[in-house]
Design a protein around this ligand. Structure first.
Ligand code: 3HC
Length: 285
């Protein structure tokens, strides 16, 4: 059993907001913390919109939506997470920022609270060094965007993660309506180890003039039954995030084959980051 009643989420962006929404919809008292109150407001507005749409579509009753909202707290005070049975971190993909956060939280949580990171590629073993003796309760819980839709949670054990922590998190992911699949702690884990080289190769194919971007995507959608082509997916994920994950893998796996394609890097340099800047490979007007 997971033994979790209260879920704390750090970061109210696309991933943190999605995780908090799913946790609250699954019956958990949920606090979503962000030091940026503007981001919290945006997160709440998106929750309101998605939950209202669920009622319109007949997927949730108005009572269920009200109960979900009552379980959700938006806070800019870190201390509001102190009662959490699990804290799931979904902040910027920087090991130093994540470690500082866990360092300031760990002493204030109960002795059996789980510390989870939603990192897409950073070593769980490394992040766990920030929590000292609590490293056995540290684990990777990698959700996928859009979190309310995607079924997978990739569960990553660090070197010190205890069997009990893994079992609790597998049970928790199931209680959140997800399918949890374990992976070990190698840069990029399984998902990004396989996804990112495919996306990177699509940029090489575009750079080398093998086909136009829309044709590359069409070929992969129709020929491989992917819901989005790799270039559209790169915009959806964020081109800066794709470069970052490639760099973490190139360094962590010590292999130059994971270097980001020059064209992908150039778009990031130009500020074309994808959906979030309304221009990446494609324009979103
Ligand atoms: N939040 C909540 N629900 C959403 C949503 C969002 N942001 N975006 C779409 N949805 C819901 C819609 O409401 C709709 O629900 P319904 O079936 O109940 O009506 C359903 O998803 C389908 O949406 P649409 O009809 O608008 O559009 P599509 O059929 O084109 O689906 C998609 C959109 C689900 C995003 C689909 O294109 C898809 O699955 N794309 C691939 C996504 C993917 O690969 N994600 C993983 C990225 S990698 C990652 O996250 C890991 C990281 O480490 C990089």
């Amino acid at each position: 059993m997971h033994g979790v009643e209260r879920v704390g989420v750090v970061g109210s962006g696309q991933m943190g907001g999605g995780i908090a929404q799913v946790a609250a919809m699954s019956g958990f008292e949920t606090v979503v913390y962000d030091l940026n109150s503007g981001a919290l407001e945006k997160c709440k507005a998106l929750h309101d919109k998605l939950l209202a749409r669920a009622v319109e579509k007949g997927k949730m009753s108005a009572d269920d939506v009200k109960a979900t909202k009552d379980r959700l707290t938006y806070s800019d005070k870190l201390s509001d997470l102190h009662e959490s049975d699990i804290v799931i971190e979904a902040v910027v993909e920087r090991a130093d920022v994540k470690k500082d956060l866990f360092k300031s939280l760990v002493g204030n949580l109960s002795g059996d609270a789980i510390l989870a990171s939603n990192t897409s590629s950073i070593s769980i073993t490394d992040l766990a060094t920030s929590v000292g003796d609590a490293a056995d309760r540290f684990i990777g819980m990698h959700f996928f965007n859009p979190v309310p839709v995607m079924k997978l949670v990739e569960v990553i054990n660090g070197l010190a993660t205890s069997k009990q922590t893994t079992e609790r998190v597998l049970a928790l992911a199931t209680a959140m309506g997800k399918t949890a699949v374990p992976a070990n702690d190698r840069a990029g884990f399984v998902s990004n180890r396989i996804l990112m080289p495919m996306i990177n190769e699509a940029f090489y194919a575009w750079m080398e003039g093998v086909a136009e971007p829309e044709h590359i995507d069409e070929i992969m959608k129709l020929g491989m039954a992917h819901p989005m082509g790799p270039l559209r997916l790169a915009d959806f994920i964020g081109l800066d995030t794709c470069v970052h994950i490639m760099e973490v893998m190139a360094e962590g796996l010590n292999n130059p084959r994971y270097r980001a394609c020059p064209l992908l890097k150039q778009l990031v340099t130009a500020g074309r980051l994808g959906d979030k800047t309304k221009h990446g490979v494609f324009r979103y007007d």
